[in-house]
Design a protein around this ligand. Structure first.
Ligand code: HEM
Length: 383
């Protein structure tokens, strides 16, 4: 997609398409400003409280109470309550689990001499970590994988989601009843983990309702899954395509933190997000009406030459900290520190354990999801 992003950005970093009543925002400063603009809303699901009572709105219902789709003050309240449970300490306590998990996987991979990265490493790791954090049964990982794929398609909202709607509906029903059972008895019978912490989180006497608990637990599960999978797999692919960068990282392990930021910039696992304008306003020198949709192309912003010199080059030494891979403003990714930790541990351990890492396939292809861009498969040989 990158040549298209460049083309659009060169035409205008804020490009209006009247047929869709949409602004495509490909510039970095423009995206950064709009993500922080209080006149810009995330409440774009387009369903009323009445709609939500109807069966066919069940999938939307699951999204409705997610903090991701609420503006302040609802957002502030939901995010603060979730933050009571998802604390920096809870996240840093996951390090040992992540290390053990990666070690176990790489032990197996060492014996095999090769791996399919998505199935064996990048897929299972984030889902195991988030299930463990939530205090859910790791044996349920298979269901979660299917359910979160469905939610990912739903969030993408493209043609695929219409075709797959019956399956999405079924998955949402299953997922809802799974979480509902847990949520229902959680307040009486707490079990260790984030689900209980979420159910019991309290701020000035205020708590999450069952609906809110459900939606936001699903959000943590989905947001933390596909995205991290894609950072690990596409990040590894990018390093393999640039052996000199991999070598630099091997020689200077202290570059790792910066390298993960550069990989976030370069692969942008969340390619885009959208918003809607609350008021008539001027955007990029154009007067636009309330109700106009914004397509915020985070991946395009991350390749804006006004902010990143030679943006098409992967450079683990550059300061990539201005990237928008985790967005910005109120909705800045809540799981950023967890995602960073998972990626660092994976890349550190891959480099420590194997002298040689090589691609075992000629061509690569991407899955059919525009928002969450990720590889279909990645075969890598190790020695
Ligand atoms: C929000 C990216 C991993 C939880 C976001 C947003 C982006 C993002 C771009 C903002 C979306 C918007 O404003 O429309 C990523 C990437 C990840 C990642 C690239 C991995 C590389 C995670 C993990 C978790 C997580 C591991 C949790 C376990 C969330 C939550 C939100 C969010 C809860 C909503 C925050 C809010 O609305 O206030 N993420 N994410 N993410 N992310 Fe992540």
């Amino acid at each position: 997609p990158y040549p298209h992003y460049d083309h659009l950005r060169n035409l205008n970093p804020v490009f209006y398409i009247p047929e869709w009543n949409s602004l495509f925002v490909t510039g970095h400063p423009e995206n950064a400003a709009l993500l922080r603009d209080p006149r810009v809303s995330v409440e774009r699901l387009g369903a009323s409280a009445e709609d939500l009572k109807r069966d066919e709105f069940l999938p939307v219902n699951a999204l409705y109470h997610m903090m991701l789709f609420r503006d302040p003050p609802n957002h502030t309240r939901l995010r603060s309550l979730v933050n009571q449970a998802f604390t920096p300490r809870v996240v840093s306590e996951m390090r040992v689990l992540i290390e053990t998990q990666v070690d176990e996987i790489l032990d197996r991979v060492a014996l095999q001499g090769k791996m399919e990265v998505l199935d064996e490493l990048a897929g299972p790791l984030p889902v195991t970590v988030i299930l463990k954090m939530l205090g859910l049964n790791p044996q349920d990982a298979e269901h979660f994988k299917r359910w979160s794929e469905s939610i990912a398609v739903l969030l993408d909202g493209g043609a695929e989601s219409t075709i797959l709607m019956p399956r999405i509906m079924q998955d949402v029903v299953e997922m809802n009843s799974y979480f509902r059972q847990i949520a229902d008895d959680l307040r009486e019978r707490p079990r260790p983990g984030l689900m209980t912490a979420l159910a019991t989180a309290e701020l000035a006497g205020d708590k999450l309702s069952n609906e809110e608990l459900l939606s936001n637990a699903i959000l943590l599960l989905v947001a933390g899954h596909e995205t991290t999978t894609n950072l690990i797999a596409s990040g590894l692919h990018a390093l393999l395509e640039h052996p000199e960068q991999l070598a630099a990282l091997r020689e200077h392990p202290e570059l790792m933190d910066g390298a993960v930021e550069e990989l976030l910039r370069y692969v942008s696992p969340v390619q885009a997000t959208s918003r809607v304008l609350k008021t008539d306003m001027e955007v990029g020198g154009q007067q636009v009406k309330a109700g106009t949709q914004l397509q915020l192309m985070l991946a395009a912003a991350n390749r804006d030459p006004r902010v990143f010199s030679h943006p098409e080059q992967l450079d683990v030494r550059r300061d990539a900290s201005k990237h928008l891979a985790f967005a910005a403003g109120h909705h800045y990714c809540l799981g950023a520190s967890l995602a960073r930790m998972e990626a660092r541990v994976v890349f550190e351990k891959l480099l420590q354990r194997f002298d040689t890492l090589e691609m075992l396939q000629q061509d690569i292809s991407y899955r059919l999801n525009f928002t969450l861009r990720g590889l279909k498969e990645l075969h890598v040989g190790v020695r």
